[in-house]
Design a protein around this ligand. Structure first.
Ligand SMILES: Cc1ncc(COP(=O)(O)O)c(C=O)c1O
Ligand SMILES: N[C@@H](CCCC[NH3+])C(=O)O
Length: 430
């Protein structure tokens, strides 16, 4: 397994900032989500600095769908970055943790009326309108309340990005946004521009997730600017902001070669500026909303090894005390991960294992094939790269509680999410 900067092997055991994973397991139990706060803070600050520009105001909006706990939301507030939210629940937790609602961007298709009302009432700064019906629903709400709401329109630039079918978001048949190729698109823009209660500031696009080529982002930005120029021309409005979405790819396994976001952002900002000048689009604000790339490498999941079994077909199963409940991504997207036996960290691999969970589902596997040293029950297995879309996608299938989470910041460890109890799981049952 490729180690992160905060991981070292000492005396044959893997440690996180000097903390032995075995001691962590004994204190906090397993399965356990572990989040390296120090590397997250460093990355968020580096992103913020890298997108700074003299040409326009910029903001990093953390796509909190990737990882949201009260502790994470408090960090967002402290780091002075914005929050991309996609439900009333995400708004609620952000507010609870002290995130400034003005720094929130509310996304999503089919936002419920109750959610739009909640967002307007709580002063969410920008609502990203997903489609024409939502525009009408939001306008009615704002008229009724007599408020003026800042909005962007999500459009689909139709840029093909190479990623898994299920996490693509910008092709012509996408459920998200309105297509720039729709003949009615400028009527929608006109209606927004004419609206008395929607303060139309510009556009949003997001081309997909786990994207490795810088050029897709550059191309999408150019398409968006060209569309903005056309909209300005046809509708006679000024496009003040474009939010270019998230989607930067990260390392999971060998062969994944992500680009350095901090090196990319200054080039991106420059390209947006130059193309903007060429097309006559003088943006006042440029925003991006990375999720995965900000948190994934800071997260890992610690399990204990249970039974081991070799099938008659010759497959060596290593069962862990978690699985698809805490990490649905392999089952859902054929996602791949790396792992290590933390207490045998310097031993050479001798066997190929299939890491499987304990749920009643044959697809409940975390890793299809991995070479490890001879494993024994009670060993500890650590899976890296689980910071994004693991905890937030956890389920109670088979009435298995969602694991707890700890944050590590150098010498300091603190529990930030308690493991769910059976009472928590069934608290709402009448
Ligand atoms: C609108 C929007 N913004 C931001 C993100 C975050 O994407 P990622 O976690 O890949 O950076 C997503 C998820 O794909 C999204 O749909
Ligand atoms: N949940 C997905 C990404 C969805 C991106 C949000 N639009 C994943 O785990 O990769």
């Amino acid at each position: 397994m490729r180690l992160e900067s905060y991981q070292r092997i000492e005396d044959g055991r893997l440690k996180h900032s000097g903390h032995d994973y075995q001691d962590i397991a004994k204190t906090y139990g397993t399965p356990l989500y572990i989040f390296d706060e120090a590397s997250f803070i460093e990355r968020a600050k580096a992103y913020k600095a890298a997108i700074q520009s003299d040409y326009f105001e910029t903001d990093i909006l953390f796509a909190s769908k990737a990882l949201l706990t009260k502790a994470i939301a408090k960090l967002i507030a402290a780091l002075d970055i914005g929050q991309d939210v996609v439900s009333a629940g995400e708004i609620y937790l952000g507010l609870e943790a002290g995130v400034d609602p003005k720094r929130m961007y509310f996304h999503g298709n089919n936002k419920l009326n109750s959610e739009l009302l909640y967002a307007v009432d709580e002063g969410v700064g920008t609502i990203v309108i997903d489609n024409r019906q939502e525009m009408k629903r939001l306008e009615e709400i704002c008229v009724k309340k007599g408020v003026n709401q800042r909005v962007l329109l999500r459009v689909n630039p139709g840029v093909e990005a190479h990623t898994h079918e299920y996490i693509k978001t910008a092709d012509n048949d996408s459920k998200f946004g309105e297509s720039v190729f729709d003949p009615a698109i400028y009527d929608i823009v006109q209606a927004l521009s004419d609206s008395t209660h929607l303060q139309f500031a510009g556009f949003h696009s997001h081309i997909g997730s786990q994207i490795f080529d810088e050029e897709s982002f550059m191309k999408a930005a150019e398409e968006m600017l060209a569309f903005a120029a056309e909209a300005q021309e046809r509708v006679g409005m000024k496009v003040k902001e474009i939010n270019f979405g998230g989607g930067f790819g990260v390392y999971y396994t060998e062969g994944d070669e992500p680009f350095q976001v901090v090196d990319f952002l200054p080039k991106f900002v420059e390209r947006v500026h130059e193309k903007g000048i060429e097309l006559g689009v003088n943006l006042e604000k440029v925003t991006i909303e990375p999720g995965r790339s900000l948190v994934n490498a800071s997260g890992s999941t610690l399990y204990q090894v249970g039974d081991l079994k070799t099938t008659v077909g010759g497959k060596n199963y290593l069962f862990i005390n978690g699985g698809m409940n805490d990490n649905i991504r392999p089952a859902l997207y054929q996602a791949e991960y790396e792992a290590i036996l933390t207490n045998k960290a310097d031993q050479a691999p001798t066997k190929t294992y299939t890491i499987a969970g304990k749920a009643c589902e044959s697809g409940d596997k975390i890793i299809e094939a991995i070479d490890l040293p001879e494993a024994e029950p009670t060993d500890y297995l650590l899976v890296n790269g689980t910071g994004a879309y693991n905890f937030v996608m956890a389920s109670n299938y088979n009435s298995i509680p969602v694991p707890g989470m700890i944050h590590i910041n150098g010498d300091e460890i603190r529990a930030t999410v308690a493991q769910q109890s059976f009472e928590d799981m069934y608290r709402t049952h009448l």
